[in-house]
Design a binder for this molecule. Sequence first.
Ligand code: SAM
Ligand code: FES
Length: 346
Amino acid sequence: MNKIIAKLEQQQNLDRDEFKWLLENNTAELRTEISRRAQIIANESFGKGVYVRGLIEFSNYCKNDCYYCGIRCGNEKANRYRLTESEIMDCCAMGYDLDFRTFVLQGGEDPDFSDDQMVELISKIRNKYPDCAITLSLGERATEVYKRFFAAGANRYLLRHETATEDHYKKLHPKELSLENRKACLENLKEIGFQVGTGFMVGSPHQTVDNIVEDLVFIKSLNPHMIGIGPFIPHQHTPYKDAKAGTLEETLLLISILRLMLPQALIPATTALGTIDPNGRELGILAGANVVMPNLSPVSVRKDYSLYDNKICTGDEAAECRVCLSKRMEGIGYEILTHRGDYPQK
Ligand code: SAM
Ligand code: FES
């Protein structure tokens, strides 16, 4: 076996130049070997089970202007929507009937969805579904606000660091946003007791191999419970509309590297991966991922939660996505598990 892969598997870490070597020698042969090892490690942790999370994209209003993102405030062409509390509760009810035991509430940083409203919503979901995990993906908030969300019953928080290199961060974000604050938020969330997820886009504009190496080093030091990576895909109404999309091959290699670095981590095969390749999610699972996140948002708003162009599943009812994903997983010898799928697994 390749010595670097063997070292990564044994030590769950590498030196910077070794990570760099893997990224610069991403051949089909290397990927076959590393994904085989990553799959074995994932199977040791999770068997052939894949956890499912129901994603509710409840608002596409955002006060931020991240240069890569289709729902950035500067995109005047975006058709903005915000689900009402009762629409969100309906999504949860539908998800519960489809056996989902994790709800992921994701949205832009929407100032008109107040912290009080959010706390009330989390409490309602917590009371109605005591057996479900509530995951939030709402961006950067004050520590006191994160504490209120946690006290109301939220369990997990997804906040991708996006890039661990200062000057790269500046190329992706306006000056109001800082990597320092992003990292501080992640530390605060962990401290409060959330299961925390971070991650980055593969192939984001101006990303270098050294940037990715820094992402890996940062993720190892944070030791998150969840890691979300997916290819960057351009959106037609952003400054990076002409940038190249991230590749399937690089994303798969990184999933395998991350699996070997953090054997217990919850790693989704993302919708973006399914968007750049029709079998992207299956390939992601075979590369070491162990989570899928079908969409529970009402079909009427799906196409408006447009982070990037040509997003899949925008016309499918939640039940169709559920059946489709079950079949896709069965097709590769895996099955969807319907329990909460906490970290470490119960
Ligand atoms: N507002 C929350 C936040 O900032 O974490 C959650 C929503 S945000 C749109 C979710 C994630 O979408 C981001 O962390 C980013 O990595 C990803 N994303 C945004 N634009 C993308 C694009 N063009 N291609 C791929 N992923 C993208
Ligand atoms: Fe939505 Fe396949 S997961 S249609």
